[in-house]
Design a protein around this ligand. Structure first.
Ligand code: BES
Ligand code: MN
Ligand code: MN
Length: 454
């Protein structure tokens, strides 16, 4: 039996195993889930050992461990594929709108509902099962190295150092990552760009302590109001970001790229359906898909100030806080963007309050050359997996380590997402299309075969 037939014969077993992995609530941001993070790493390591990887290690980092596995039986003449993914997930509380327990996967209408089903357990597990099928069917045509980390959802704070310290171990010919998606199940799309990120906290301080709003209102500049005034100056009326210099390093979209991107298999009606928002907003001179994939943005992620319990409280708060992040595109430097925001906010902060902009996180954008041999192999794999030619698209999300794989390890990276845009990643009722899981296993096998020239 060849690997493809083997995978088909094992389809339901593979899905049941995925459910076991999903049942472990490996939430990286929650210190109380440290044991579950460890359990998920061990679960994966056990599975990888069991299916025939020769060397499987749970590698400690200063944070959550990295699962590393390799099979080098194809020999020195064969190419080596580095597979990256993450076993950690976002938090999920049933009260946030879940119709079922986020960590008890349920099958409904061809979807598997659970936290991590799509992001990223289901997607990375497709590669694990592709490897299993190849190993079961004989000798895989490529050497395989797997790096599955436990801190992606908190910005991979220790993976960069791990990659730097393990350059020899991670030596490969190509890196493949399945941690993104496509708009429509029957219209395959390959992602070739991810955005970078800079995350800051903007805090505004007013009076030394909370005050009675009757006694002091009208004499003290309310920090919540001052914060709103500052935030209102972060965008221009045309939807662009008002921070001076923000766009300086953004590379313009070529006509050729615009035409390529225009082939995307979704439109404004899809956008309305998935967002539920009344109408689009943003830079009018760019199409919706260009605003998401090819333009940088600045978003308010959260606002905290004053009283927000039930009922009322006449308080003049002492401070106000905004969580703000920018999605960046290739060639923008996250640290430089932080400095621009910091300096601009300092300049527009009125003298009646004090402000602070604190840097929480940076991550570089990634841009993949569409004209490499590795991309040819990916295109072939999608054609075989889907029976039709993929289009190219740029994604708005971030996978900060991709830039390190490209620049530190000098690897061509292929972003081979098996998610769908309406999987609900990070939200309630996250789901993974079960057909996408099985197609993912097949497409990963086709990709390894194509990389080996078969
Ligand atoms: N898998 C996503 C990234 C992604 C989302 C790629 C959508 C393509 C399309 C990843 O797990 C993620 O959520 N990344 C974070 C990174 C952040 C924590 C630094 C993100 O994009 O917010
Ligand atoms: Mn992910
Ligand atoms: Mn995620």
């Amino acid at each position: 039996m060849n690997a493809h037939d083997h995978a088909r014969s094992q389809a339901s077993a593979y899905l049941e195993q995925l459910k076991d992995l999903i049942r472990i609530p490996s939430i990286s941001t929650d210190p109380e889930r440290k044991g579950d993070i460890r359990r998920a790493a061990e679960w994966l390591a056990d599975d990888l050992r069991c299916i025939g990887f020769e060397r499987v290690e749970i590698k400690p980092t200063a944070g959550h461990p990295v699962v590393y596995a390799e099979w080098l039986g194809a020999g020195e003449g064969a190419p080596t594929v580095l597979v990256y993914g993450h076993y950690d997930v976002q938090p999920a509380e049933i009260e946030a709108g879940w119709d079922s327990d986020p960590f008890e996967p349920v099958e409904r209408d061809g979807f598997l509902y659970a936290r991590g089903a799509s992001d990223d357990k289901g997607q990375v597990f497709a590669h694990v099962k592709a490897a299993e099928s190849l190993l079961a069917a004989g000798r895989p045509p490529v050497n395989l190295k797997l790096v599955i980390e436990g801190e992606e959802e908190i910005g991979s704070p220790h993976l960069s150092a791990f990659v730097g310290e393990n350059q020899d171990l991670l030596k490969a010919d190509v890196c493949v990552i399945s941690d993104s998606g496509m708009p429509k199940i029957n219209e395959p799309a390959i992602v070739y760009a991810l955005r970078g990120l800079v995350y800051v906290e903007l805090e505004v301080f007013g009076p030394a302590r909370d005050l009675h709003s009757g006694q002091y209102g009208g004499t003290v500049h309310n920090p919540a109001q001052a914060l709103a005034e500052i935030i209102a100056q972060l965008h221009k009326p045309d939807g662009s970001v008002a921070v001076p210099g923000f766009y300086d390093d953004v590379l313009p979209l070529s006509d050729e790229e615009r035409a390529e991107l225009a082939k995307k298999p979704w439109d404004e009606a899809d956008w309305r359906r998935t967002t539920g928002a009344p109408m689009p907003w943003g830079e009018a001179s760019y199409a919706l898909h260009e605003r998401v994939g090819a333009r940088p943005t600045l978003e308010i992620n959260g606002l905290v100030s004053g009283f927000y319990g039930p009922g009322q409280k006449t308080v003049l708060p002492a401070k106000a806080l905004a969580k703000i992040s920018c999605r960046l595109v290739a060639n923008q430097n996250p640290t430089r963007i932080y400095e621009l925001i910091r300096d601009y906010v300092a300049r527009i902060t009125p003298p009646t309050v004090r402000s602070e902009v604190r840097l929480l996180q940076t991550g570089e954008a990634a841009y993949v050359d569409r004209h490499t041999e590795a991309m040819q192999a990916a295109i072939r794999a999608y054609e075989q997996g889907w029976g039709s030619k993929p289009v190219f698209m740029r994604e708005g999300g971030s996978i900060p380590i991709v830039a390190d794989f490209q620049h530190k390890l000098n690897l061509p990276v292929i972003l081979m997402g098996f998610g769908l845009n309406d999987d609900g990643a990070h939200g309630p009722n996250e789901r993974f299309n079960i057909e996408m899981f099985h197609r993912g296993v097949q497409t990963a096998i086709y990709f390894y075969e194509a990389i080996a020239g078969r």
